[in-house]
Write a protein of this length. Sequence first.
Length: 406
Amino acid sequence: MAKFIALPVGQGDAFYLDRGNSTILVDGGKSRSALPDMFRRVTGKHSVDILVCTHNDADHVNGVLGFLESELGCEELWLPGRWLAVLPDVLAPLHTFAEKVLSEMGHDGILLGPDARPVDPISLEEYAARYEDLYRDYEPGADGDMERNHNGIELGNDGWPTSAINDLETAQPWDMAGGIVWPSNNLWQWIDIVYDSPTTARNLMVSLIDAASRIREAAILAFHKGVTVRWFEHCPSLPSGGTAGVLIPANAQQLLRMRYRKGSVVEYISLSVANRESLVFWAPPTDRMPGVLFNADSDLAKMSLPTGLENSLATAPHHGSESNAHAYDVVKNASGDGKSVTWIRSDGRFLKRPGDAYLTKTTKRFCTLCRPGKSPSSKPKQAVRLFTRKGKWARHEECHPCACAP
């Protein structure tokens, strides 16, 4: 019997799948401290075979960091390939990384775009979206397999690049105060001195350093935990790799070498947090278990979904946000009329989520926390528990269906 659980994390996604012969946790929610105890309590387990982080949003990766620094165990950690591309940058000392980022920013505190023109102060997600056409060129393309195997720096049997071993052995989490390495008392005061508009510069640097520090810590924690790592580069046109019959990428290629970065570190870190770069994974069906599609925050653009989606589970992209409405049509087209698919949504309490597409285009759905109407919901946040019975997914008797207010 297979089991699926959406953990009731405060915000974000954390989905557990027990296939019987393998266990998987995809993302860990926003709370680094809460995830380990919640995982043990809700699943009754102390380890997984595969731990996945789909992208670099805090509400997906923070819990993964908490998992890695706890006594919980995992055999493999699957990470985005963009992280591998910036690994040498984020393993450098904080002042070295900050100076590199500052060199890619205008001296008025405004980020420079790939065309070297100033960009209005925007989020990293918006920055990546603005240059979508350029970033599309970063995909491996038709010669992806050749690039993965023959270009770049060799990865060891445990997935770590041989050139980064010394840095991984000695690196520690960044000290954000950094008083001993900065010309002034701390990093932020130093930025204020460098720039004429410190608020803008500070906001941009905070976002970049926060995102970079998550990549750095994930690598350090996993390396010293002795975990084998696999890297998957966003490539909707030619997905490959993973573990056949257990979990495979639906929009990414598994990297066998660390390919050389084609853009700036700012560009790649912005890509690491971009929702459209979220990795999507497919747990294929068996004669006893329908499949599970882990959509993270992807809108499934430019993807060809795998066969066998009928009667499957699918996680609601971006917590049911209307901005990802396209994904429901993609799944519908790939699974007949889409009515046999069961949707699972994990979220905190937000008035605008889920959107109309989630409520109108899905027939079978469950939420860890439903959106209340004018009066607060009387139903507490739940762990969505499903199990296989007679070859189909069935809900646990204590798990209630979606009751989101329209």
